[in-house]
Write a protein that binds this ligand. Structure first.
Ligand SMILES: Cc1cc2nc3c(=O)[nH]c(=O)nc-3n(C[C@H](O)[C@H](O)[C@H](O)COP(=O)(O)O)c2cc1C
Length: 392
C-alpha cells in the first residue's frame, strides 16, 4: 500500500484526527477542497438530530505548503461541535450494560473485557466516516490531476427502487446532487422518500443499495498476479469496511450468477478510433485490473441498527431479557453512505495510481502517466481524445 491512512477519535470526543501518508508533492489541496464532501455526507432524507448540530470542517495541520502538498504526511482534524455538551460527562455517565442488536456493542465488550459498552460504541460509530470522507477528499485531489472523477447515486431504499441515471451526464449528476435521496429521477425521489416516511411511521429503519462510479480511469491499475494486488478485492475490502455495509459488487456482480456467459461479459469492438466495450457489465475490472471502462462499485447497506421499536436484548448486569433502548438516530443513511463510498473508492484508486505511476512529485508522476498512455494509444485513449481522433 503506497497511500497509507489512519483515523482516530471517538463519536463524542473532542475531534477526529487523520493522517494521510504517501501523497506526492504539488497536489493542490485546501480545506475548502474537503469541505464540500463533508457537507454532502451530512445530507440526506431520514437523518437524525446530530446532523443539525454539526457542520463539519476539516483543518489541514501538516503536509501542505501554500496550497499544495509537500510530499510529507498530511494531518487532518475535524472538530466535534457536540464536544462541549459531552466533555464533562465522561466519568459521570451511567454505565451502559444493555447491548444494542446490530451494533458492535456485545462483540466489543466480549473482545475488550469492558464492563461498559460506551468505549465500544464511541469508536464503532459512523461518526468516524467524517474523517474517511476528508481522507477521500485528499485522494480525489490526486485523481482529479489525471482526469479521474468519482460520482455516486442511490439505487434502492428498502423495497423502493430508483430508476438509475447516467452518471456520465453532468445534468444527471446535478440532479443527483440536488436530491435529498441522491437520485436523478423525480418520481424515484418521491418513491424513496415515501419508503423512509413509512419506515419512520412504523418506528423502524431502512437500508438500501447505492453505486459509486469512477470515470476517466486508465487501464492497467491493479494486477492479476497476486491476491492482494487485485483491485476488485481491494475495492471490496475498503468499501465493506464502512459501517453497516454488508455486500459489495463490482459492476453487475449481484446478478452475474443468474446469467448465461454470453449475456454476462462485455464484447470488444473497434469504435471511435479505439478498442471499446459494447457494455460495461464487468464494472471496469477484469482479472483485478482496470480495463479502461468506468469502474462501477455497487453496495448494500443494512438498515440503521437503532430502532424506535424495541428489539430483544439482555442486560449484561442482571442477565435478564430486556427491550433495547432508543436514542434518537437516523432512520435511513443510504445517501450519506454513498458519499462515504466515494471516499473509499477514491483512496483505493489513488493508491493503485501511485503504485503504477507514483513518484515524489505530481509532475514526475504526470510524465509516467503520459508515457504509459503513449504506449497503449493504438488501442486506448481517454474518451474525449478518442472521439476527437474519430472526427479527424
Ligand atoms: C452514514 C451512516 C450513518 C449511520 N447512522 C447510524 C445511526 O444514526 N444510528 C445507528 O444505530 N446506526 C447508524 N449507522 C450504522 C452503524 O454505525 C453500524 O451499523 C454499526 O457501527 C455496526 O457496524 P456493522 O454494521 O458494520 O457491523 C450509520 C452508518 C452510516 C454509514
Amino acid at each position: 500500500m503506497i497511500l497509507r491512512w489512519l483515523t482516530a477519535g471517538e463519536s463524542h470526543g473532542p475531534c477526529l484526527t487523520g493522517i494521510v501518508e504517501g501523497m506526492p508533492a504539488g497536489v493542490p489541496l485546501t480545506a475548502d477542497d474537503l469541505g464540500r464532501d463533508l457537507w454532502r455526507r451530512q445530507q440526506g432524507y431520514g437523518r437524525g438530530g446530530r446532523m443539525k448540530i454539526e457542520s463539519d470542517h476539516a483543518e489541514i495541520l501538516g503536509g501542505v505548503w501554500r496550497g499544495k502538498t509537500t510530499g510529507g504526511p498530511i494531518a487532518l482534524r475535524i472538530e466535534n461541535r457536540d464536544w462541549p455538551n459531552w466533555k464533562d460527562k465522561e466519568y459521570d455517565l451511567p454505565r451502559m450494560t444493555v447491548p444494542r442488536p446490530g451494533h458492535a456493542d456485545l462483540a466489543g465488550v466480549y473482545k475488550y473485557g469492558f464492563d461498559d459498552i460506551r468505549p465500544v460504541l464511541e469508536r464503532a460509530s459512523a461518526r468516524e466516516t467524517a474523517m474517511r470522507v476528508a481522507v477521500g477528499g485528499v485522494a480525489k485531489q490526486l485523481l482529479a490531476e489525471f482526469g479521474i472523477t468519482i460520482r455516486s447515486q442511490v439505487l434502492r431504499i428498502g423495497q423502493a427502487k430508483a430508476t438509475p441515471g447516467d452518471l456520465s451526464d453532468p445534468a444527471v449528476v446535478e440532479r443527483v446532487e440536488a436530491s435529498v435521496v441522491r437520485v436523478a429521477d423525480p418520481e424515484s425521489e418521491e418513491r424513496l422518500k415515501a419508503a423512509v416516511d413509512a419506515a419512520k411511521d412504523r418506528r423502524d429503519t431502512l437500508g438500501g443499495v447505492f453505486e459509486v462510479v469512477a470515470f476517466g480511469v486508465m487501464p492497467g491499475l491493479g494486477s492479476h498476479v497476486q491476491w492482494d494486488r487485485k483491485l476488485d478485492g481491494r475495492l471490496a475490502q475498503a468499501v465493506m469496511s464502512i459501517q453497516a455495509i454488508k455486500a459489495v459488487a463490482i459492476g453487475d456482480g449481484f446478478v452475474a450468477g443468474e446469467r448465461y456467459g454470453t449475456e454476462a461479459h462485455d464484447g470488444i469492438t473497434m469504435r471511435n478510433g479505439r478498442v471499446e466495450r459494447l457494455t460495461n457489465r464487468a464494472g471496469g475490472l477484469e482479472g483485478g485490473i482496470t480495463n479502461g471502462e468506468p469502474v462501477v462499485v455497487r453496495v448494500v447497506k443494512k438498515p440503521i441498527s437503532t430502532t424506535a421499536t424495541p428489539q430483544p436484548t439482555v442486560d449484561l448486569d442482571t442477565l435478564e431479557d430486556v427491550p433495547s433502548q432508543y436514542v434518537r438516530s437516523d432512520v435511513c443513511a443510504v445517501p450519506a453512505a454513498a458519499v462515504i463510498g466515494e471516499a473509499m473508492v477514491a483512496v483505493v484508486l489513488a493508491d493503485a495510481l501511485l503504485e503504477k505511476f507514483g513518484s515524489d512529485s505530481i509532475e514526475q508522476m504526470r510524465t509516467n502517466v503520459n508515457g504509459f498512455l503513449e504506449s497503449i494509444k493504438t488501442w486506448w485513449r481517454p474518451s474525449s481524445e478518442a472521439v476527437e481522433s474519430a472526427h479527424t
